[in-house]
Design a protein around this ligand. Structure first.
Ligand SMILES: Nc1ncnc2c1ncn2[C@@H]1O[C@H](COP(=O)(O)OP(=O)(O)O)[C@@H](O)[C@H]1O
Ligand SMILES: O=P(O)(O)OC[C@H]1O[C@](O)(CO)[C@@H](O)[C@@H]1O
Ligand SMILES: [Mg+2]
Length: 457
C-alpha cells in the first residue's frame, strides 16, 4: 500500500513559497506552565484572557493567550511585536529542539523525503542556518538568477546574508494540568501555541530578480503550494502597506500560471489580524484552485463572507454537517476553486463539484494517503524516511470514523462530491506543529498526480 502511494506521487513537480523559519520548540510540562503563570498575578492573567490580545506586546499577553489555548484545547498562532526586549524575554526560555518551520519549509522537506520528482522552494529570508534546516536531497531546489538566467540549485548552496526568523512553539499534551486562581486547568487536547515572529524587514514577496522568472518556474512544475500570507503586516515603517504586498502576491500567482495552467493551493493559517485575514480571502482565495484549512479557519472565512451564524456554529459545535455546508458555500462563492479541503483532528474532507474528474474512490485515496502522513508525523515527531509511513499505517482510524463517513456520504448529491477520511488519531502525539501542513500537502500532491495521470494537467 505504502509503495503504491509513493509510486503514485513520484512524478509530481511542486513549487512552494513563501514562509520558512526555525521553530524553537518547548514541550511544556505541568511544572513549566505552573512556574510561568506564577510569575504573574493570576487575576491579571484572567483579565488579559478576556481582553484577548491579538498581538503579543508584553509577556502577560503571551501567558494569557497560551493559557487560553490550553483551556480550550485549540491551536493558536499569535504574532510577536518586533521588539528587542521582548525577544530577549523569550530567549531566556530553554527550548527542547529546533526544527524546520513554516508551511513552505515543512512541505519542502516532507515532499523531498517522499521522493517526489522535484520541489522548487522560494522564501524571502534564507540565512545559512535556515538553509541547513532543509533536507539534503537532490530533488529540492532553489531558484537563483545568474547572468540573467534562471538557475536551480540545491537549497543548502543558496544561502544569503539574511537574518534567521525564529518562531517559538509551545507544545502541550492532553492531560497537562496547572492551577490558576485556585482552579485546576486541564488540557483536553494535545496541540501547540505559536509565538510568530514578525521581523519588520521580512517581506512576504518574490524579489524582483526571481519574480521575472515565475512564468518559467510555472512551466517547470505541475502545481504550487502557497502559504505564509499571515506574515504580511498592515503597515511597514517605509510606508508600504498590506495592500501593496497582497497585490504583488496575486500577481505572483498569475505569473506562475502564465505559460502553463498549473494548479495552485492556498494553505490557510491562523491569522489573528482580521484585516489581513480578509485580504487573504479577497486577493488569494479568489485566485487558487485548491484551499486547505482547519475547522477554525473555515469558520473565520465564512464569517468574513457574511455567514456569521454558520461560522459561530462551527466554532461552538464542530459539526461535520456544518463544515460541509461551509465548504459548499466557498465553492459557490469562488468559481476559481475546484476543491476545498478541511482537516480536523477527527477527519480530513474534500468537497468539490460533481463534475470533478476524479471519482469519489480516487478522492478518498488522496485523503487516506494524507491521514497516514499525519499519523506518522504525530507518532514519530517527524518523517525522515518513506519506511516511517508503516508506523503511521499501524495507527487505526479513530472511533468516530464510521459515523463521520456516513454523515458525509449524505451530502453527496447532484451538485457535489463530498469525501471524508477519518483521521488516524494518535493519542499521545510526539509533536503536533506542522501536522496540518503535512496532511494538506499530502492530499494536494496526490490529487494533482491523479489528475496528471488522467492527462487533465
Ligand atoms: N494527535 C493527532 N493524530 C493525528 N492527526 C492529528 C493529531 N493532531 C492533529 N492532527 C492533524 O493535524 C491537523 C492540524 O492542523 P492545523 O490546525 O492546520 O495545524 P498546523 O497548521 O499547525 O499544522 C488536524 O486537523 C489533524 O488533521
Ligand atoms: O506565520 P509564520 O510565522 O510564517 O509561521 C507559521 C507557523 O506555522 C507552521 O508552519 C505550522 O503550520 C510552523 O512551523 C510555523 O511556526
Ligand atoms: Mg494549518
Amino acid at each position: 500500500m505504502i509503495s503504491r502511494y509513493i509510486e503514485t506521487i513520484k512524478d509530481c513537480k511542486l513549487y512552494t513559497a513563501y514562509n520558512t523559519n526555525v521553530d524553537a520548540i518547548k514541550y511544556l510540562k505541568d511544572e513549566d506552565v505552573q512556574r510561568l503563570v506564577d510569575e504573574f498575578d493570576h487575576k491579571e492573567i484572567i483579565k488579559r484572557i478576556e481582553e484577548y490580545p491579538r498581538v503579543i506586546e508584553e509577556p502577560l499577553d503571551f501567558v494569557a493567550r497560551l493559557v487560553y489555548s490550553i483551556m480550550t484545547g485549540k491551536p493558536a498562532e499569535v504574532p510577536l511585536k518586533d521588539d528587542t526586549k521582548l525577544n530577549e524575554w523569550f530567549d531566556k526560555i530553554k527550548y527542547d529542539e529546533e526544527r524546520m518551520g513554516g508551511q513552505a519549509g515543512i512541505v519542502s522537506n516532507l515532499m523531498a523525503t517522499l521522493k517526489i520528482d522535484k520541489i522548487i522552494v522560494y522564501t524571502p529570508f534564507l540565512s545559512k542556518k535556515q538553509s541547513e534546516m532543509f533536507v539534503d536531497y537532490d530533488n529540492l531546489l532553489y531558484p537563483l538568477v545568474e547572468n540573467n538566467n534562471l538557475v536551480l540549485k540545491k537549497v543548502r548552496e543558496c544561502y544569503r546574508d539574511d537574518p534567521t526568523k525564529i518562531n517559538r512553539i509551545f507544545e502541550f499534551k492532553k492531560g497537562l494540568k496547572f492551577k490558576l486562581d485556585n482552579k485546576i486547568i486541564v488540557a483536553n487536547q494535545s496541540t501547540r501555541f505559536i509565538v510568530a515572529s514578525r521581523p519588520e524587514n521580512l517581506r512576504i514577496e518574490t524579489k524582483e530578480d526571481v519574480k521575472r522568472f515565475l512564468p518559467n518556474i510555472g512551466e517547470l512544475v505541475d502545481c504550487a503550494f502557497l502559504s505564509g500570507y499571515q506574515g504580511i503586516k498592515e503597515k511597514y515603517s517605509d510606508g508600504k502597506t498590506a495592500k501593496y504586498y497582497f497585490e504583488k502576491a496575486q500577481e505572483d500567482i498569475k505569473l506562475l500560471k502564465k505559460n502553463k495552467k498549473i494548479k495552485t493551493h492556498l494553505e490557510f493559517a491562523s491569522i489573528s489580524n482580521i484585516e489581513i485575514r480578509k485580504m487573504v480571502v479577497d486577493y488569494i482565495l479568489s485566485n487558487v484552485e485548491s484551499v486547505g484549512m482547519d475547522e477554525t479557519e473555515i469558520a473565520n472565512v465564512l464569517h468574513i463572507l457574511g455567514y456569521e451564524d454558520l461560522s459561530n456554529k462551527i466554532l461552538k459545535e464542530s459539526l461535520v454537517e456544518d463544515v460541509i455546508k461551509g465548504a459548499k458555500i466557498l465553492l459557490e462563492t469562488f468559481n476559481n476553486l475546484e476543491i476545498v479541503q478541511v482537516h480536523t483532528i477527527y477527519y480530513i474532507l474534500f468537497v468539490c463539484r460533481k463534475d470533478n474528474p476524479l471519482s469519489t474512490k480516487e478522492l478518498e485515496e488522496c485523503l487516506e494517503f494524507s491521514t497516514i502522513l499525519a499519523s506518522t508525523k504525530a507518532k514519530l515527531g517527524n518523517i525522515r524516511d518513506i519506511n516511517d509511513l508503516y508506523e503511521g499505517l499501524k495507527v487505526p482510524h479513530n472511533k468516530y470514523g464510521d459515523l463521520l463517513k456516513k454523515i458525509a456520504e449524505k451530502f453527496n448529491d447532484n451538485g457535489y462530491k463530498v469525501v471524508l477520511s477519518p483521521s488516524r488519531y494518535v493519542e499521545k502525539p510526539k509533536s503536533t506543529v506542522g501536522l496540518g501542513d503535512t496532511i494538506s500537502s499530502g492530499a494536494f500532491v496526490y490529487y494533482i498526480t491523479l489528475l496528471k495521470k488522467k492527462e487533465i494537467l
